[in-house]
Design a protein around this ligand. Structure first.
Ligand code: HEM
Length: 149
């Protein structure tokens, strides 16, 4: 198994990055949909359209992409000589990944509130949270590519 991982390292890493881009696209786009949805009248045609867009983005893209990021990331972490666990970059990266997973969880909760016409948060809350995944992405990419410590 370890020999296979070593041989497939660059293919697994390519798939990991593809899954990361898909997950990130959703984490950046979904709160943007919430911003506009918060201004739509519950029960209106516009609100019902946003519900469909949010459901498809979450179920068809974000959820499978997140699962793929984790499976491929764990395979990479298990590949011999890829991660030196005594260095700091991997721990900062995993902490930021935990933050991103929490954001995904929060967005799922908000999606359910909109789906049940129970949203009470104003647009500015979603605008603010829209920046969080971008900030975490910057930290993760610098850690895993530059490995500064
Ligand atoms: C449980 C989640 C994750 C684990 C266990 C994980 C683990 C890893 C490992 C071990 C590598 C190989 C590093 C190397 O080749 O030196 C890697 C590569 C990479 N990861 Fe992750 N990762 C995870 C999630 C993420 C997320 C959420 C992002 C971005 C937002 C990300 C972005 C990247 C990038 C860009 C690379 C390629 C780095 C390079 O080629 O130098 N990863 N990941």
């Amino acid at each position: 198994m370890l020999d296979f991982l070593g041989g497939a390292y660059l293919w697994i890493k390519s798939l990991h990055i593809i899954a990361v881009i898909s997950w990130m696209a959703g984490l950046l786009y979904l709160p943007r949909l919430f911003v506009y949805h918060a201004a739509a009248e519950p029960g209106s045609q516009q609100s019902e359209t946003f519900k469909v867009m949010e459901r498809r983005l979450l179920r068809a893209i974000m959820n499978p992409a997140m699962v793929a990021v984790f499976i491929l990331g764990i395979l990479l972490a298990g590949t011999p000589a890829v991660v030196d666990w005594s260095s700091g970059w991997i721990w900062v990266k995993l902490a930021a990944v935990a933050g991103m997973s929490y954001l995904h969880h929060v967005y799922v909760r908000w999606f359910k509130d909109f789906a049940d016409d129970k949203n009470t948060r104003p647009q500015r809350v979603y605008r603010m949270w829209n920046e969080a995944p971008a900030l975490l992405m910057v930290i993760i990419v610098f850690m895993v590519v530059a490995k500064p410590f």
